[in-house]
Design a protein around this ligand. Sequence first.
Ligand SMILES: NC(=O)c1ccc[n+]([C@@H]2O[C@H](COP(=O)([O-])OP(=O)(O)OC[C@H]3O[C@@H](n4cnc5c(N)ncnc54)[C@H](O)[C@@H]3O)[C@@H](O)[C@H]2O)c1
Length: 277
Amino acid sequence: MYNLKGKSAIVTGSGRKKGIGEAIIMKLAEEGCNVVITDIGAVKGQQFSKDHIGTTDEMEAIAAEARSKGVQAIAIACDVRFEEEITQLMKQVQEAFGGLDILVNNAGVGYIMEEFTEFKAESWDAVLDVNLKGAFLCSKHAARVMKGQDSGGNIINIASQAAKSGFPYAAAYTASKHGMIGLTRSNAVELGQFGIRVNAVCPNHITTGLGHWQNQFFSEKLGLDYETYLQSIKDRNPLGRTGLVEDIAKAVAFLCSDQANYITGEAMNVSGGEEYH
Ligand SMILES: NC(=O)c1ccc[n+]([C@@H]2O[C@H](COP(=O)([O-])OP(=O)(O)OC[C@H]3O[C@@H](n4cnc5c(N)ncnc54)[C@H](O)[C@@H]3O)[C@@H](O)[C@H]2O)c1
């Protein structure tokens, strides 16, 4: 439908089963795009525990599934907090695919939530380092590759409803996601001259691993059982349901396609009508 045949894409944080990144990989692969599954890959201390990250085994399994759609798919571990790992990633991708057409900054930490007056500086850093600095570093190195191509490229930042509205106990997450929109707009105006379009996608709640953790956190805070809390999210949504990973993947494929070739600097809500601005 969006014809991305022969293009190549990196999706960060795409090594976790049932995540938004996995769905984006599958959608891009269905559109004929060669894909790079990249994620942190291994446990790194308490803040990046096995309950919250995509492992190398999961990354390989997702790559194998993408290959079954008839495209090339490779899995490369990369911690988006570290510039040297991103440089290596870009080098490997250029060697494998000869260039890079699409970068999706999807890696995110949404499970560190604390009362604001108790919010630890190291928790703030952990969230900002992945969600905002990681997106900045990956975009910087992807744009270097894309600038040298006649075909330019596409960068998509997976922001959030928290990029447009405030959420309690989530000062770092909310600030990081608002920051992603600033990054999107700055990059769009600076990189447009090189044929690089930069857009953000803002999902509302989706019950991925990260979303499930947030449901548990907020239902406990509100003294509701899990299902009652989840139903309350559905009840306030004009379309009466939470988001699906496929809803986000379709928006990403559209924005990367020629159907969207005059769209840049946007922060598109994919929220069933919950978010307007
Ligand atoms: N699920 C939701 O309700 C929701 C809503 C709005 C936005 N989002 C955003 O969508 C994106 C994907 O989230 P998800 O819900 O699929 O959760 P998820 O936990 O499945 O995916 C997040 C991924 O980021 C990876 N990651 C974390 N730190 C990393 C690092 N340092 N380097 C590389 N990768 C790292 C994790 O390993 C994981 O695979 C995130 O940016 C999240 O903020 C999610």
